[in-house]
Design a protein around this ligand. Structure first.
Ligand code: GLU
Length: 511
C-alpha cells in the first residue's frame, strides 16, 4: 500500500505560508486513522463520523476482520496547505486540501469544491464516499476529494484563475495530481472552466513529458479533452437511478405509489449542475417538478414548473426567486418539508438532520448531493417508511462519465471514431437486403434511424444508463441476500466495501 504522507512540514522558500497540518491540530502528521484523529490529536468530525457510522453498520454485516475494515475505512493521505495570492493589491492566505482516501486502485478520483464550508472533516468524508461510489459503479479508482476555502462569488474570474492555478501547482509539487495518481473533477462551486485551468497548469509542467497528461483532470470543456455528456452526467444519472427505483412494483406498493416516473411530484434542492439537469431529464420522463429550492429561496407550483423557463428566468435575474409562474418561499429550509413524492437534495451535505427529519413528508429521498442526510436523520426517516436512494449510488453518474473521459484521454481517440461509419455501412446493407426480401422500401426517417451509428454522446449516455441500471440491481441483490441489512444505504456500503475488501485480499494483504 503506497500511502502518501505528503503534508510533512515543507520549507519551500517561495511558499512561506504553506504549513503541514491544519492549524487546529498540534501534530504535523497527516495520515489519519479514520476514527477522527489526526496524528494524535482529536478533531471534531461530524460528517466523517456520519460516514464512518454508516460504514460500521455495513462492515458488521459483512463480518470483515477488524484490521481489514479499519484499513478500508481510514483516509490514507490528507494534504492541507495554505498559499498566498495577491487580491486587489492585498495578499490573502488561502486554505486548501486534497485528501486521498484509498489507494487500493489508482488513480484516486474526486472533485474539487470551492466553498467557505470546506474543512478537513468535509474533504475526508467526501473522499471516503468517492471510494465507495467508484466501487459501486465499477469505476476502477480509489476515492479522493479536494477543496479551497473560498466563496467563489467574492472573486473576479481573473482572481479565481490565479487561485486555481496556484492550487494546482501545489498539488503538482506534492504529487497529488496526475493521470496515474489522482484525478480531480468539478464539484460544488467549480465547473469546466476551473478544470480547463487545472489541465492547462498541469500541461505546462508535464505536457511534453507525459503523453497522457490531459487525463490529469476530468470535467474539462470538449475542446480541452472533455467528453460529450459529462456536463449532464450526474443529473442524467439521477434520472436513470430514479427510473430504475420507481420501476420496482413491490417497493412502490409499499410506498403507496404507482410504478414509474410519470406524474410523480418532485422537489429539488439545488439548481446547479446536478439539480438543473436532474429536473430537466425527470421532466422529460413525465415527472412533475413542483418545487426548486435554492440558497436564497424556493419556487413552488403544485401544477408543475417548466424547468427550461425557470432556467432562463434564473439566467436573466441571477436568482430563481420571484419567478412569476410559481410561489416564492423565502425560507429555503422549510421548503424541504413540503409534500411531494420525491425529494432530491442536490446541493450540499447535512441538509436533512435529526432536527427537520421528523417533518419531512416526501415518500422517496433521492440523494443528488453527497451526504445530504445525516446518519441520525436516516434512522428517523427509515422509521417513517421513507425510501432513501443513497448518494454513493445515485450521484455516481458524474464519476462514471469522468471515467469515460479519462479513458478517452489515455486512449487519445474519440469514442465511436473508428467504428461509426463501418456500423452505418453494415446496417445500411442489412436494411437494403430486408427491403429486397420484402419487396418494399422503408420510409427515409425509419431507414435513417435503423442505420445510424453511435457517436460519442450516444456511447457515453448508453454506458451511463447501463451502469446506473445494473448497479441498482446489484445493490438490491445485496439487500435481498443479506436479510440483516435493512436499508439501501447499508446495502450499497456493504456491496462497495465487499469489492474493496476483495481487492485487498487478492493483493495478499489480508486473509
Ligand atoms: N464531484 C463529483 C462527485 O462527487 C464528480 C467526481 C469525479 O468525476 O471524479 O462525484
Amino acid at each position: 500500500m503506497a500511502t502518501k504522507t505528503a503534508a510533512k512540514p515543507t520549507a519551500k522558500p517561495k511558499t512561506a505560508a504553506k504549513t503541514a497540518a491544519k492549524p487546529a491540530t498540534t501534530s504535523a502528521a497527516t495520515t489519519t486513522n479514520g476514527t477522527n484523529t489526526i496524528g494524535s490529536v482529536h478533531v471534531p468530525a461530524p460528517f466523517f463520523k456520519s460516514v464512518a457510522q454508516n460504514f460500521d453498520k455495513a462492515a458488521k454485516a459483512l463480518k470483515l476482520p477488524s484490521g481489514l475494515a479499519e484499513q478500508i475505512k481510514a483516509c490514507n493521505s490528507v494534504y492541507y496547505f495554505q498559499f498566498p495570492v495577491r487580491i486587489r493589491g492585498e495578499i490573502q492566505v488561502i486554505e486548501a486540501w486534497r485528501c486521498e482516501h484509498s489507494h487500493h486502485k489508482l488513480p484516486t478520483k474526486g472533485g474539487i469544491r470551492y466553498s467557505t464550508m470546506v474543512d478537513q472533516d468535509e474533504v475526508m468524508a467526501l473522499a471516503a464516499l468517492m471510494t465507495y461510489k467508484c466501487a459501486i459503479v465499477h469505476v476502477p479508482f480509489g476515492g479522493a476529494k479536494g477543496g479551497i476555502k473560498i466563496n467563489p462569488r467574492d472573486y473576479t474570474d481573473d482572481e479565481l484563475e490565479r487561485i486555481t492555478r496556484r492550487y494546482t501547482s501545489e498539488l503538482i509539487s506534492k504529487n497529488f495530481i496526475g493521470p496515474a495518481v489522482d484525478v480531480p473533477a468539478p464539484d460544488y462551486g467549480t465547473g469546466e472552466r476551473e478544470m480547463a485551468w487545472i489541465a492547462d497548469t498541469y500541461m505546462a509542467f508535464h505536457g511534453g513529458r507525459d503523453i497522457n497528461a490531459l487525463g490529469c483532470v476530468t470535467g474539462k470543456p470538449i475542446a480541452q479533452g472533455g467528453v460529450r455528456g459529462r456536463r449532464e452526467a450526474t443529473g442524467r444519472g439521477v434520472m436513470f437511478g430514479l427510473r430504475q427505483a420507481t420501476a420496482d412494483k413491490h417497493d412502490m406498493k409499499l410506498l403507496k405509489l404507482t410504478p414509474g416516473l410519470e406524474g410523480k411530484s418532485v422537489i429539488i434542492q439545488g439548481f446547479g449542475n446536478v439539480g438543473y439537469y436532474a429536473a430537466k431529464f425527470l421532466q422529460e420522463q413525465g415527472a412533475l417538478i413542483t418545487g426548486i429550492i435554492e440558497w436564497d429561496g424556493a419556487v413552488i407550483n403544485e401544477k408543475g414548473i417548466n424547468v427550461e423557463e425557470l432556467n432562463q428566468y434564473r439566467i436573466a435575474n441571477k436568482s430563481i426567486t420571484g419567478y412569476p409562474k410559481a410561489k416564492t418561499m423565502k425560507d429555503s429550509k422549510a421548503a424541504l418539508e413540503l409534500e411531494c413524492d420525491i425529494l432530491i437534495p442536490a446541493a450540499l451535505e447535512s441538509q436533512i438532520t435529526s432536527e427537520n427529519a421528523p417533518r419531512i413528508q416526501a415518500k422517496i429521498i433521492a440523494e443528488g448531493a453527497n451526504g445530504p442526510v445525516t446518519a441520525d436523520a436516516e434512522d428517523i426517516l427509515l422509521k417513517k417508511g421513507i425510501l432513501i436512494i443513497p448518494d454513493m449510488y445515485l450521484n455516481a453518474g458524474g464519476v462514471t462519465v469522468s471515467y469515460f473521459e479519462w479513458l478517452k484521454n489515455i486512449s487519445h481517440v474519440r469514442f465511436g471514431r473508428m467504428e461509426r461509419r463501418f456500423e452505418e455501412n453494415t446496417q445500411s446493407r442489412m436494411v437494403s437486403s430486408i427491403e429486397d426480401l420484402v419487396g418494399r422500401n422503408f420510409r427515409q426517417s425509419e431507414r435513417d434511424l435503423m442505420i445510424r451509428g453511435a457517436g460519442e454522446e450516444d456511447l457515453v449516455n448508453s454506458g451511463l444508463e447501463d451502469t446506473m441500471m445494473s448497479s441498482y440491481e446489484e445493490i438490491k441483490e445485496y439487500y435481498r441476500m443479506h436479510k440483516e441489512i435493512g436499508d439501501l444505504r447499508t446495502a450499497a456500503f456493504a456491496s462497495a466495501i465487499d469489492k474493496v475488501a476483495t481487492t485487498y485480499r487478492q493483493l495478499g494483504l489480508f486473509p
